[in-house]
Design a protein around this ligand. Structure first.
Ligand SMILES: Cc1cc2nc3c(=O)[nH]c(=O)nc-3n(C[C@H](O)[C@H](O)[C@H](O)COP(=O)(O)O)c2cc1C
Ligand code: SF4
Ligand code: SF4
Length: 269
């Protein structure tokens, strides 16, 4: 089969998942690449139809060893018709636990035919310069792995006779799924002394938790702790002040510093 069009469908608050998907697509060397970025609130309202003559790379970060609830809700709007898919999760160098299995199964329920899967590493959402956790990842080595993975997937698909050829992908994970994010009603705070009220934080928040009313106002109960507002703030005015969040980041920094490598399924490495 020929790959005529590649669609990247993703939920990616801090952009690492998006970067991995873009580089897998780059390795496929296909001219038609379309982005369907479901991260922002309008993503939750978007209905998507995919077709049997295209390839979809679908990706989300790992939250608590599972898929983020907002990613699942957005992906459930997709209708696929035997569309070949590459489910990808990106995690912050702790573990991906059941998330990749969950994404592969969800993709199959939506009508996709998963042909290969991958778990990549991205800078942890809770990482800072002072408390690094996989900072700078995906780095050049990860990017090269993503490109090579894309090239191998293309080879695999080119050898297939039809898009519904059954794949037997063994993905690690438990079913019923376990884990999930700890329920915590917390959100980043704004340092008003250095905030310029530019509004960028509000425009990148996936859950509309932030509004601007002369100053930054956060509805803490809507916050999913994605840290997009922090990583996108041009003046460094958005920060985690909550002591439990700071403790989690310190624990990750101390216990998850040994570099993990991407795990790829469905291709010969
Ligand atoms: C609420 C929350 C929970 C997370 N849970 C995990 C986890 O269980 N394991 C892990 O390694 N990383 C975890 N992370 C880190 C993200 O998976 C990682 O930073 C990822 O690269 C973010 O993807 P994005 O840049 O596409 O948003 C978590 C992040 C958040 C915000
Ligand atoms: S992005 Fe930063 S500087 Fe801009 S409004 Fe938000 S907190 Fe203030
Ligand atoms: S307020 Fe919460 S949900 Fe919104 S961008 Fe910031 S961390 Fe993410």
């Amino acid at each position: 089969m020929e790959v005529k069009q590649v669609r990247l469908i993703y939920f990616s608050p801090t952009g690492t998942t998006q970067k991995v998907l873009e580089n897998i697509a780059k390795g496929m060397n296909c001219e038609n690449i379309e982005h369907v970025n479901l991260t922002l609130p309008e993503g939750a309202r978007q209905k998507i139809q995919t077709f049997s003559d295209e390839l979809v790379i679908i990706g989300a970060p790992v939250y608590g060893g599972r898929l983020p609830a907002d990613a699942i809700n957005r992906f459930k709007q997709i209708k696929a018709n035997k569309t070949m898919a590459i489910p990808i999760v990106v995690y912050g160098n702790r573990e991906f636990e059941d998330a990749l299995l969950e994404l592969k199964n969800l993709a199959a329920e939506l009508g996709f035919n998963p042909v290969a899967d991958g778990a990549f590493i991205g800078e942890h959402s809770f990482a800072t310069k002072d408390v690094p956790i996989a900072n700078g990842r995906p780095d050049s080595l990860d990017i090269q792995k993503a490109i090579d993975f894309g090239a191998k997937i293309k080879e695999k698909i080119t050898a297939l006779k039809s898009c519904d050829a059954q794949m037997d992908l063994k993905i690690p994970g438990r079913f019923p799924y376990e884990g999930g994010v700890r329920s915590m009603v917390v959100s980043p705070v704004t340092r008003e002394d250095i905030c310029t009220v530019c509004g960028l934080c509000a425009s990148v928040c996936p859950t509309e938790a932030i509004s601007i009313n002369g100053k930054v106002v956060t509805k803490t109960e809507l916050c999913i702790r994605c840290s997009s507002c922090i990583k996108n703030c041009p003046t460094g005015a958005r920060i985690w002040e909550d002591s439990a969040m700071k403790n989690i980041a310190s624990w990750l920094n101390e216990n998850c510093s040994i570099r993990k490598e991407p795990m790829l399924f469905g291709i010969d490495e």
